[in-house]
Design a protein around this ligand. Structure first.
Ligand code: ATP
Length: 358
């Protein structure tokens, strides 16, 4: 196998390393920007272990995720892969066992109960799959949207002119959110007078009421047919485009996952791959199309999760052979199949890895 193992230089202080050199090295580490310093959501090696009946379940096993401000992105993954666990942590409803998680500059592991409550009320909005869980049944759409503002002190609970003014401001904000989501005509309806899709659109307005930095949604179209699901997704898109809110949607819905620019897949409690989509215009026909490309995730320790269908197709297990080429890495089963040349047979135009490509 041809590989570069690195020289190992710099792994530790060698004989003759001066104090000045050590200080300089420590200083350069300190000055380096922290992981995800410019992301709105930064999960760094997040771990969540549940213990039930003496049995440990590692729901998140060192999950890394960065989400930029203003993104609209989807999270997908098989049942039990850890999506809801991650969403509950980001929503401030659960605390990770280890790792780091920052949302809009707030450290999710270091918040006390009061800060956590404020975070849930002001920094994040949440839309659940079960339509009944998002709205209070005895309140109208307008009242449901105004409630989070009232709870966070933006409402006019106290009497007097100030209270009336704040109540009017709340009603105006609720009206403008419902108008943005094409629901203003139904502001006086109670949840039982709305369809499932309408309830989810009102739920989006409720989640946006306090102008959160992040809107989280766990399977928001899971209980809806595909046409209604599309309308609900259009409401998320509008919130993202018109208000600039960063939105993370967990979904099994292929339509939704295919509509966003970035879909991140979670497998066994880690981010495993992501699909990036971009629009391309054909130079000759002028026709626009969406080009999607799937990437495997590489963590900071250099660990790579190979897609399950790739490892199955080549019966890759336990260990693999690697070969470094000048612009890619080849991965082989540890016992190459008889019909393939194997890693020891160089490609005709093979170039030694230490030789820079021309
Ligand atoms: N409170 C809990 N106590 C014990 N185990 C839990 C708890 N919550 C989640 N788990 C376990 O953690 C793992 C991840 O669960 P999670 O609900 O995050 O998966 P998911 O990807 O959201 O699945 P689904 O798509 O079915 O909702 C599962 O093995 C689950 O059984």
């Amino acid at each position: 196998m041809t590989s570069s193992t690195g020289s190992g230089a710099g792994a530790g202080p060698s004989v003759g390393t001066t104090l000045e050199q050590l200080e300089r090295r420590a200083g350069s580490h300190r000055d380096r920007p922290s992981y995800g310093h410019d992301a709105l959501i930064a999960c760094d090696r997040l771990v969540r272990i549940f213990t039930a009946d003496g049995v440990e379940v590692q729901a998140l096993q060192g999950l890394d995720l960065l989400v930029a401000e203003g993104e609209l992105m989807a999270l997908v993954g098989a049942s039990g892969s850890g999506k809801s666990t991650l969403m509950n942590i980001l929503a401030g409803l659960d605390v990770p066992t280890a790792g780091a998680a920052k949302v809009a500059g707030r450290d999710l592991l270091g918040m006390d109960a009061k800060a956590r409550l404020r975070y849930r009320r002001e920094a994040v909005g949440f839309v659940w799959q079960e339509t009944g869980r998002n709205l209070l049944p005895y309140m109208t759409a307008g009242q449901n949207v105004a409630l989070p503002m009232q709870l966070s002190g933006k409402g006019g609970a106290r009497g007097g002119r100030g209270g009336r003014r704040r109540r009017a401001e709340r009603a105006a904000r609720a009206e403008s959110l419902l108008t943005m989501l094409d629901f203003a005509d139904c502001r006086d309806r109670r949840p039982h007078q709305m369809s499932g899709g309408q309830q989810q659109r009102v739920a989006i307005a409720v989640a946006l009421a306090n102008s959160p930095s992040v809107l989280l949604a766990d399977e928001p179209t899971g209980e809806l047919d595909s046409a209604t699901g599309e309308q609900v997704f259009a409401a998320f898109r509008r919130a993202n485009e018109e208000l600039g809110t960063t939105i993370v949607i967990v979904t099994h819905d292929q339509e939704v996952a295919g509509e966003v620019r970035r879909t991140v897949a979670i497998r066994d409690g880690r981010t495993s791959s992501e699909v990036l989509r971009r629009r391309e215009v054909d130079a000759t026909t002028g026709q626009e199309s969406v080009v999607a490309r799937e990437y495997a995730m590489l963590d900071r320790a250099g660990r790579l999760q190979l897609p399950a269908d790739y490892t199955k197709a080549l019966a890759l297990e336990h260990r693999v052979l690697l070969e470094l080429e000048h612009d890619h890495i080849q991965i082989w089963p540890d016992t190459p199949r008889p019909d393939t040349p194997g890693p020891d047979t160089p490609e005709p135009d093979f170039q030694a890895p230490d030789t820079p490509p021309e």
